[in-house]
Design a binder for this molecule. Structure first.
Ligand SMILES: *[C@@H]1O[C@H](CO)[C@@H](O)[C@H](O)[C@H]1NC(C)=O
Length: 838
């Protein structure tokens, strides 16, 4: 290409071609930033003579679609050959394709269909000729809002998203859809402020002043377009030591955003990592770019196979698919060769100082600048020989290190001759015993970012000081230099996240493993039933800035609750059953009651449950002493039963002769005309063997905060609340549980299969033998069965449960089988509680 050496984009010869077809000057300059796209545009304009067509001049928007087309073509998997490209171009020129969305669909269409293109089919598939009036749009959306039983402004974002998937609105203008949804909301729910909080923020929530709490998601632009992420540089804008690095970089990436999520595979990911995952994968996805999952495996002493698997699983569980899975160890040879090069450039030396000597010479404690050690000035040839000896196993660990020759007069300790390579006597899980020397994080990270052509190296502010050494090393070796940018970490208060501390809790038996639902590892949150979408919206609502987000657990739980409120089906459930005999019903009385699974989300469907003479209510809904402000059951009092035809009145009760505890209530069903509407309704389940009712729950696990203090101290083990796990035996849930369970698992399996198939057919995902890869099983577990126990809490099925019917073919009526074990985990309470065990 003749464009290398070009320094000023504004002088690019393609620009006049673009302005000639109708594109504005600034957009034209923007468009040619990627050399690949510029070349494609030049070819399109010249091939079809778009710049010379009199009387057919396009407007800025149409011309913008030609640019979009060029962008699509250069990254298309299988480039549509002529006359397919011409076909799409003419459709744009004729004004038939009106949006980028349509152009995207058009490219996909021609890619996958033979020529000649079937005009009519193309038009339907790509929305040609689509039009909708403002009134029609309004009606469509108003209908949707009514039928989906949307509850208020808090659902705005959801509805805007959902509206796009209404088939009739597939080709509607996104902005118009959004404005119309807002208009419908305004008409239906009133002004946003007045309508406000359905779900109140807990009072103590607005945490620390430093917490970066940003406004409600619905009222703001995408998190990727404002604040920290909105201010990041454009690909190619990161400075380079040699200008041609930029050209090459843009040529390889096509000007896309390329990021990476680079965990060390030495532990399980926790909620703090979900921010890193969201930021890296989300930012790339938002800009149509790519994100690597890169295992940073340079520390063979700490890595274990289980962590590799688990990391991929968690990334996928949160909803992301890596573009490619790589390892730092993929580059060991390249890294080694560059280390030799670094020595040759007199920018590294082999040092034999002990750790203590290095520390002392770095003067970190005394607050002085470091002093050079005797090895720093040794001849290059000597360091080369010594480095080979390190590599060949001549030295034991710690006897020799390769150190970078940085700048001892700089105020930044990251510039004080960091170690680049050390000798380690451990086999590596992938390279086995090939290497005796291993590169450090400081040496590896920036170079692998460079090898992988990362455009944005996003990390947390802990690494701010490292940016200088990152750039120093890339420049010292004269390689492409990615730009590192740092955002604030997410920290949850009232729990511990450090690997060492969690390990101690596990090993000393304070919790039952790394996935104990009282922990905030991602595997624990998953097991507890927290939906991945709730975690993503939590992280996204917090926003991304450079300050630390110190968030209280109660705020996280509030987020989860909000997410479940509109999505979790509701079942009748009694935690501590108290038997009730309805004396005026016959022994064999049975009424089948059909009830909605969610009062506002009709799409969730219904269940049918029996109502009989013998039912169970929650022991908490009965009292012996009545009082004025008490509306549930007491002797002589009447209460409503959800979905049941009539209220009941307690006429008497039976007690256990030894304990004196109430063990059964005798009630009367009030079906007379004079009965007043009860002031309160309670949940119940009926005894009815023929329907398999009720479903008996072997164990219900209720998790309270693991620590008594909001700031578990150094002696965090002393802070552990011994009552943080509450196990309740013998709870009951309605029979609707079975169909819900079966359906939830079925849906999860289907979705997972679809996603996995898509993921494994994408470019770059063919894994090596030892590479964890995407499987359908990764995304499906018992925790996919979630519901709200009405008036009780949100629950999910624990992984230790055994429910044989889930593996039976569809169509077989699910029910309890011999050997089944049903364990429920409480995901979160319905309202904020004290958080502590009672
Ligand atoms: C990164 O870009 C260089 C050109 O600058 C190219 O040779 C190399 O293959 C690219 N690497 C990857 C992993 O994309």
């Amino acid at each position: 290409m003749s464009k290398s050496g070009k320094t000023d984009a504004a002088s690019d010869p393609v620009i006049p071609l673009l302005t000639a077809i109708g594109l504005s000057q600034p957009k034209a300059i923007e468009a040619v930033k990627s050399p690949k796209i510029a070349a494609e545009l030049k070819d399109i304009v010249e091939t079809y003579g778009l710049h010379t067509r009199a009387g057919e001049k396009m407007d800025d928007k149409q011309a913008g679609l030609i640019v979009a087309l060029a962008g699509q073509l250069v990254k298309a998997d299988s480039r549509p050959e002529e006359p397919k490209r011409a076909y799409v171009v003419e459709k744009i020129v004729a004004g038939q394709l009106k949006s980028v969305d349509q152009v995207t669909a058009a490219v996909k269409y021609v890619e996958s269909h033979p020529t000649p293109i079937d005009d009519a089919d193309f038009d339907t598939q790509c929305g040609v000729g689509f039009s909708i009036t403002a009134a029609e749009l309004y009606d469509q959306i108003a209908n949707y809002v009514t039928s989906a039983a949307v509850s208020g402004w808090s659902n705005l974002g959801q509805v805007i998203n959902a509206a796009r998937s209404i088939p009739e609105l597939r080709w509607a203008n996104t902005l118009e859809v959004k404005n119309t949804v807002e208009k419908v909301f305004l008409d239906k729910f009133g002004a946003k402020e007045a309508a406000k909080p359905k779900v109140k923020e807990p009072k103590k929530a607005p945490a620390k002043a430093q917490a970066s709490v940003e406004p409600e998601p619905s009222s703001r632009k995408s998190i990727f377009e404002e604040g920290f992420l909105g201010q990041l540089h454009k690909p190619g804008e990161n400075p380079q030591i040699r200008p041609e690095f930029k050209e090459k970089h843009l040529a390889v990436t096509g000007g896309q955003v390329w990021t990476r999520f680079p965990p060390e595979p030495n532990g399980y990911l926790h909620i703090g990592h979900s921010k890193a995952i969201f930021v890296n994968f989300g930012y790339a996805a938002h800009h149509g770019g790519k994100c690597y999952l890169r295992y940073d495996d340079t520390n063979p002493e700490k890595e274990e196979a289980q962590y590799f698997e688990s990391i991929l699983e968690m990334v996928r569980w949160l909803g992301f698919e890596p573009w490619k899975i790589t390892y730092s160890s993929d580059y060991f040879q390249q890294l080694y060769e560059l280390a030799v090069e670094l020595i040759k450039r007199d920018k590294a030396y082999v040092c034999h100082c002990s750790q203590e000597e290095i520390k002392a010479s770095r003067g970190e404690k005394s607050g002085q600048l470091p002093t050079a050690c005797v090895h720093r000035t040794r001849p290059i040839s000597e360091s080369l020989v010594e480095f080979e000896k390190m590599k060949d196993g001549f030295y034991r660990p710690k006897e020799a290190n390769l150190r970078m020759k940085q700048d001892l007069t700089d105020g930044n300790p990251q510039m004080w001759d960091l170690t680049a390579y050390r000798v380690l006597d451990s086999p590596h899980h992938r390279t086995h015993d090939k290497w005796k020397i291993y590169p450090t994080y400081d040496y590896t990270h920036c170079l692998v970012d460079s090898f992988e052509n990362i455009s944005h190296s996003l990390c947390t502010v802990e690494f701010v000081a490292s940016r200088q050494s990152y750039e120093w090393l890339c420049d010292a070796l004269e390689v492409y230099r990615p730009r590192q940018s740092e955002y604030g970490r997410l920290n949850l208060e009232g729990t511990v996240m450090s690997k060492r501390k969690i390990m101690e809790l596990v090993q000393k038996g304070y919790v039952n493993g790394w996935d104990d639902p009282r922990l905030y590892t991602l595997i624990a949150l998953r097991r507890r039933g927290v939906p991945p979408g709730a975690i993503i919206s939590f992280v996204s609502n917090l926003g991304v800035s450079t300050s630390l987000s110190n968030i209280e657990i109660s705020r996280f739980e509030q987020s989860v609750r909000q997410h479940l409120e509109g999505t979790a089906p509701r079942l009748l459930m009694v935690l501590r059953p108290l038997k009730v005999t309805i004396e005026n019903l016959l022994e064999d009385y049975v009424l089948m009651v059909e009830k909605p699974l969610h009062p506002k989300v009709a799409a969730l469907g219904t269940t049918t449950i029996p109502f009989t003479r013998n039912i169970y209510i929650d022991a908490e809904d009965f009292r012996l002493e009545d009082s004025k402000d008490y509306f549930r059951l007491a002797p002589g009092k009447t209460v409503g039963l959800f979905q049941a035809p009539h209220p009941i009145t307690c006429t008497s009760y039976k007690t256990d002769p030894t304990s004196g505890q109430v063990v059964e209530l005798i009630c009367r069903m009030e079906d007379g005309a004079e009965v007043k509407k009860p002031k309160a309704y309670i949940q119940w389940v009926a005894e009815h063997a023929a329907s398999g009712s009720p479903v008996r729950i072997d164990e219900t696990r209720v998790f309270h905060q693991l620590f008594k203090s909001d700031q578990p101290s150094k002696n965090f083990l002393d802070d552990v609340d011994p009552n943080s796990l509450e196990v309740i035996k013998g709870a009951m849930v309605e029979v609707g549980f079975w169909s819900l369970a079966k359906r939830s698992i079925g849906e999860a399996r289907r979705e997972s299969k679809e996603r996995t198939e898509k993921a494994s057919t994408r470019e770059g995902t063919s894994p090596g033998d030892d590479t964890p890869h995407a499987t359908s099983e990764q995304l499906v577990g018992n925790e996919c069965i979630r519901f709200q126990g009405l008036r009780v809490a949100y629950f999910a099925v624990d992984k230790d449960s055994r429910l044989a019917c889930l593996d039976e073919p569809e169509g077989v009526e699910p029910a309890r089988k011999q050997g089944d074990l049903l364990i429920l985990n409480r995901i979160v309470s319905l309202k904020e509680d004290s958080g502590k065990a009672a």
